[in-house]
Design a protein around this ligand. Structure first.
Ligand SMILES: [Zn+2]
Ligand SMILES: [Zn+2]
Ligand SMILES: [Zn+2]
Length: 413
């Protein structure tokens, strides 16, 4: 779309719309704004996003504290500002330079005031940093097409941008293929404790365990007795589906474009403080336990639409679960909270659906993010082929036109 405006403004708005911040006028000649993506453990545990955090220097007045704008001390130098109602992460406050305070806005919450001139990008990601924290590369393999082809790919750094080793090779990182798993690797035959994956937010107020190894053994036994596996379980590896999600709601609450989810039955998630006790076994009981069962810690609930519950940490803002009334015995899990020893993608636990259509990618149509779904679809497919992985079970089902319809859900393939 063409526009005659010489300047735009940006708004940063949370999901529930209790908070809206507006930038100064930005000359369109100064676009695109430069963005950084941080894949470090802390950012993944803060947002719940496999992608970590993504931000620009906020070209506007500092956000003013209010009842709805909550602050969290992320580190001695960095604070986070988020909505106390819906938990949308909006800003970083960076005090790392003495006497200077910078504010950075999460890119996922940004909307320009008017359509950009034809061919003009709003944001250009110029760095992926802290790849080393991910061990396996995390979401980086499918985020090199974030920028349109006319722009450079983001540079990749093992730690801080420009202060650590840069990955300059063309291929995927890590380059040593031996440390990556195969499609079939799972937890079935590993000791139980190796399959107990901490599910924990940055502040530690939400501290659960995904009993992924026990879940795989349980599901295999269920299958052997003729029982039906849930739609999100790989019928050969018993791993849990991992799917990417382009929807606007998950983008807003996490502050990051291209969210990801994995899925589990509530009976396979326990309390870290009480490891033999599962969480309440259905989503109605889980809702009722908020505020009454101290083992849930800082887990809080935001009913984002009719019959849908989004769970987050009320202290640090991390996205934790998505639940809906039509699927009472399971939740969607924010994979950025998983602490799997093999890496951020938790590939012994999760069977990722790569290639094919990005779920809810159509939410980006007509916006400055319009190019993202096709880029991610292409890059995930290339990554799948390079890894020699077969098409994910759920993608096969979907392409056969037999996908089970789950009304009201998010994070579906
Ligand atoms: Zn809000
Ligand atoms: Zn980080
Ligand atoms: Zn927390």
């Amino acid at each position: 779309m063409e526009s005659n405006t010489d300047t735009i403004t940006l708004t940063a708005q949370c999901h529930c719309r209790a908070l809206t911040f507006t930038s100064k006028p930005i000359p369109t000649t100064s676009l695109p704004l430069k963005a950084t993506n941080c894949h470090c453990n802390s950012c993944r545990h803060l947002t719940g996003s496999l992608r970590g955090s993504t931000d620009i220097l906020w070209p506007g007045p500092p956000p003013q504290p209010s009842d709805n704008l909550k602050q969290y001390a992320f580190s001695p130098r960095l604070n986070i500002y988020f909505c106390s109602h819906c938990s949308t992460t909006l800003f970083w406050e960076d005090n790392s330079t003495p006497g200077v305070t910078n504010y950075l806005a999460f890119t996922g919450v940004l909307t320009p005031s008017s359509p950009l001139p034809l061919g003009q990008n709003l944001i250009e990601w110029d760095a992926h940093m802290f790849l080393a924290d991910t061990i396996d590369g995390g979401a980086v393999p499918w985020l090199n097409g974030l920028n349109p082809p006319s722009a450079a790919k983001p540079r990749r750094w093992l730690g801080w941008r420009e202060k650590s080793k840069e990955i300059t090779s063309e291929g995927y990182w890590p380059e040593d293929k031996n440390i990556l798993l195969s499609h079939a690797d799972n937890l079935l035959h590993l000791p139980e404790k190796e399959g107990n994956i901490p599910l924990k937010c940055h502040c530690g107020g939400v501290d659960f365990v995904l009993k992924a190894g026990n879940a795989q053994r349980d599901l295999k036994e269920r299958q052997s007795k003729g029982g039906q596996l849930p739609w999100f379980v790989d019928p050969e590896s018993y791993k849990l589906l991992g799917s990417l999600d382009g929807c606007s709601d998950c983008r807003l609450v996490s502050g990051t474009e291209i969210f990801a989810w994995t899925f589990a039955e509530l009976k396979h998630i326990t309390f870290a403080s009480d490891p033999t006790s599962p969480l309440p076994l259905d989503t109605t009981a889980l809702q009722s336990a908020i505020g009454t069962d101290p083992r849930l810690g800082t887990l809080s609930l935001y009913p984002s639409s009719q019959g849908v519950q989004r769970y987050h940490c009320s202290t640090c803002s991390a996205v934790v679960f998505y639940a809906c009334d039509s699927r009472p015995d399971m939740v969607d899990i924010a994979p950025g909270l998983l602490h799997a020893p093999e890496g951020a993608r938790a590939e012994r636990v999760i069977s990722w659906s790569w290639g094919g259509k990005l779920g809810f990618g159509s939410d980006m149509a007509g916006t400055w993010r319009e190019h993202l779904p096709a880029a991610v679809e292409e890059e995930t497919e290339q990554f799948r082929l390079a890894r020699r992985f077969p098409k994910n079970f759920r993608r096969v089902v979907k392409e056969q036109g037999a996908a089970q319809a789950v009304p009201g859900g998010s994070g579906q393939v």
